[in-house]
Design a protein around this ligand. Structure first.
Ligand code: ADP
Length: 502
């Protein structure tokens, strides 16, 4: 029955009905034929027995008087019955007395009578009937009849049954084609609705209930399921909208906070700028008046007084340098970046040219293993980054042969680096060195400084949406890596040196 499995439901139903009807009809036909066969055989035996009785009665006189001629005449009269093949009469001692055979018929008449009664043989029915006179058996009659009549009738019956089968099958086909709709229609409707729901994602659709049977209950269950999904869908949609609204509100808040932060930063920069700018004037006044004191009251001051005034002047100079650094730092936040496609090779070349005297004096070996890629940045500020990092690389370097390497590592965005073979930085100071005015050494050591250089570098890098990090082995050297745009390239693995000796 597996061939039925993939048929469309309509055909399947018709096929099932046809198989059932056909099977029942075939069984009924076979039963009828069998019954017919049995009845025809019985009828034939009964007919032949009646005929044998008549022949026996008619032969009583010929047997008792041994009148062969009379007996043969009786038998010859049987010629009128076409199904008879042969006949015989036996005397009291069982000897063949008279016989008749249909011309062309095959059987030989038995020489002696068999037991009374009929026997169906192959192709014929054989019968022995006693000839009785006054209650005494005085002989026997033998009749043999062909079975071809039975077969002829059975054939006819089979043909009739086949014709009935055909007509019944046609009627069944018509009826089942019409009635299968009772089952297939609701099922197909359900399938169509399910397809429409999944194609249109529309859970408001409902299947139409067409009956109150199991199919009707299936439709009810299906619709109920759709209702539940629709309800959940609505809830989900509402939750999604609420979430979106919340995200939107949060984004607005963040944007506002960011704007405020930027505003505050700018105000802070402004404040630092103005404050440092305004502080410079009185500072210069203090310095000038100290100088006047030293010059105009030199004879009135003792050595200690002069020394203290000189210290005061030195401190004011230092304070001025610090204020200048602060000014430079706060100015960075006040001016807008001039972003453009910049050839960093040119930028680095200019920086190196400006530092040329220093580099030559220190006999620094500068290497650029390969040409740097371009960057979208502020040209002047990019120059400031390289300037500060190169100066530091030379400044914090005790090596007899000072080396600076400037390069980059491929990435999105590329990671630039400035490497030196200087004193290095212990990793506990990696964060501190980027804080303003933070120095790791005594004021005058390594050429002095304000501790603002790296803070300025970091601010420039971050204004370009980039990041900066330091790698260092104390005593061997330091590498500063930075990017000039957002990206994941500044990962935590070190930039490999291009020069194995470096
Ligand atoms: P400054 O150089 O004026 O002190 P910086 O901000 O440039 O200020 O540097 C901060 C500190 O970081 C320096 O005082 C120094 O101790 C350390 N540093 C910076 N660059 C290097 C370097 N290339 N090698 C070793 N130490 C460094």
């Amino acid at each position: 029955m597996s061939f039925l499995r993939d048929l469309p439901i309509r055909r399947k139903l018709v096929a099932i009905l046809m198989i059932a009807t056909g099977g029942a009809l075939l069984l009924a036909g076979a039963g009828l034929l069998t019954l017919d066969y049995i009845r025809l055989r019985q009828d034939m035996a009964t007919d032949l027995e009646t005929l044998a009785e008549i022949v026996a009665r008619n032969s009583t006189a010929s047997v008792s008087f041994q009148d062969i001629g009379d007996a043969e005449e009786t038998l010859t009269a049987l010629d009128a019955k076409p199904s008879l093949l042969g006949a015989a009469v036996y005397d009291r001692r069982g000897n063949l007395f008279a016989q008749w055979k249909r011309p062309g018929a095959h059987p030989d008449v038995p020489l002696r009578p068999g037991p009374e009664g009929h026997v169906f043989g192959s192709g014929s029915l054989v019968l022995f009937e006693p000839v009785v006179l006054d209650g005494e058996t005085i002989g026997a009659v033998y009749l043999e009849s062909s079975l071809s009549e039975i077969w002829r009738r059975l054939r006819l019956r089979a043909l009739t049954i086949a014709a009935v089968f055909l007509v019944a099958a046609l009627v069944a086909l018509g009826l089942s084609s019409g009635l299968q709709g009772l089952i297939s229609k609701p099922v197909l409707h359900l399938a169509d609705t399910a397809r429409a729901v999944s194609e249109r994602n529309d859970y408001s659709l409902r299947a139409e209930k067409q009956s109150a049977d199991e199919l009707g209950r299936l439709v009810d269950a299906f619709n109920q399921m759709l209702s539940q999904i629709e309800e959940r869908d609505t809830e989900l949609q509402a939750a999604k909208e609420e979430l979106e609204n919340r995200v939107e509100a949060r984004t607005r808040e963040l944007r506002q906070a960011n704007d405020e932060l930027q505003q505050t930063n700018r105000e802070l920069d402004d404040f630092a700028y103005i404050a440092s700018h305004d502080l410079k004037e009185p500072l210069r006044g203090i310095h000038n008046y100290s100088m006047f004191l030293l010059e105009d009251y030199a004879d009135k001051l003792d050595a200690e007084g002069r020394s203290k005034l000189e210290t005061l002047m030195r401190l004011t100079r230092r304070m001025e340098v610090l204020i200048d650094s602060l000014l430079q730092y706060s100015r960075l936040g006040r001016i807008d970046l001039t972003l453009e496609e910049v050839d960093l090779n040119e930028v680095v070349a200019e920086v190196l040219e400006n530092l040329d005297v220093n580099l030559k004096a220190e006999e620094v070996e500068v290497s650029i293993p390969r040409r740097l890629p371009g960057a979208f940045c502020d040209r002047v500020q990019a120059g400031e980054i390289f300037h500060n990092l190169i100066v530091n690389g030379v400044k914090y370097n005790d090596s007899p042969r000072k080396r600076i390497e400037i390069g980059y590592r491929e990435g999105q965005p590329p990671v630039f680096y400035v490497r030196d073979n200087g004193i290095g930085i212990p990793d506990k100071h990696y964060d501190a060195i980027f804080r303003i005015f933070k120095r790791l050494h005594a004021r005058e050591k390594y050429g002095g400084g304000t501790g603002a250089g790296l803070t300025i570098v970091k601010k420039i890098v971050e204004r370009h949406n980039g990041s900066i990090r330091v790698e260092s082995v104390p005593g061997e050297g330091t590498t500063f890596c930075f990017t000039l745009a957002k990206g994941d390239s500044l990962a935590e693995h070190p930039v490999e040196p291009a020069d194995p000796a470096g």
